[in-house]
Design a protein around this ligand. Structure first.
Ligand SMILES: *Cc1c(COP(=O)(O)O)cnc(C)c1O
Length: 224
């Protein structure tokens, strides 16, 4: 697996304004260092303890993105250093992130994860749940979090039109929220969608951040 070549190839195939998050879950510190040496600075992990164990072993200018389901009791492990949490999938989690952010004297950037896939197993809000949260009085008191956009994962399928439809629905929810709740917030601008098999399609549908693992690091040693 030539990590340098893979990163170059992906970078050359995407517009400059789309951010590449290298998903390094299950991969070694050495692999991450190789990607770093190839110029990659943003990495994504989906387990709080794995990410917080890797963090001190690698260069300090790495941006760490959290992309997996986050349990409330694990928030404390990542809040001291995380750059962006892509996977806020319930209101209570957001409150806990805010609480830990206060303790660390940080503002934590977050994306709201929407459930857009056909599968039951993928986590995420639906539009109504997000609206209820945004209208809640307590939401306005969460001063140490910043909602910077939305994230979603398409169904695991070869059906390209289906994947496109799901990305398109995420994009339309993004714009609805932007207009109704975040019109004056310039930081509400991120649409995190697209993985190794569908990132070009996601970019066609407006993605600003792609999360790519196996196309950079090779297959992972676990059942997906
Ligand atoms: C693992 C993972 C990815 C990367 O998947 P690949 O198919 O290896 O590119 C992207 N997003 C999330 C949320 C993931 O868990």
């Amino acid at each position: 697996m030539d990590i340098l070549e893979n990163i170059k190839k992906i970078k050359n195939s995407i517009p400059e304004n789309v951010k590449l998050i290298a998903v390094s879950k299950f991969k070694s510190v050495e692999d991450i260092q190789a990607a770093y040496d190839a110029g990659q600075r943003c990495f994504g992990e989906n387990k709080a303890q794995e990410m917080s164990a890797k963090y001190p072993q690698l260069p300090q200018d790495i941006e760490w993105h959290f992309i997996g389901h986050l349990q409330t009791n694990k928030v404390k492990y990542i809040v001291p250093f995380v750059t962006l949490i892509h996977s806020v999938d319930n209101y209570n989690l957001l409150k806990i992130i805010n609480k830990e952010a206060i303790k660390n004297n940080r503002i934590i950037d977050c994306l709201l994860q929407f459930h857009i896939a056909e599968e039951e197993t993928k986590f995420g809000f639906n539009f109504q749940e997000v609206e209820e949260m945004l209208k809640d009085e307590q939401f306005k008191t969460l001063q140490n979090i910043r909602i910077c956009g939305v994230m979603g994962m398409a169904t695991f399928t070869d059906d390209q039109p289906e994947i496109r439809k799901e990305f398109s629905s995420l994009k339309s929810m993004f714009y609805k929220l932007k207009i109704k709740y975040f019109a004056e917030k310039s930081y509400f601008k991120e649409l995190s969608m697209g993985m190794s098999d569908d990132y070009l399609l996601a970019i066609e549908e407006g993605s600003t951040m792609i999360r790519v693992g196996s196309a950079i690091f090779g297959a992972r040693n676990y059942q997906k």
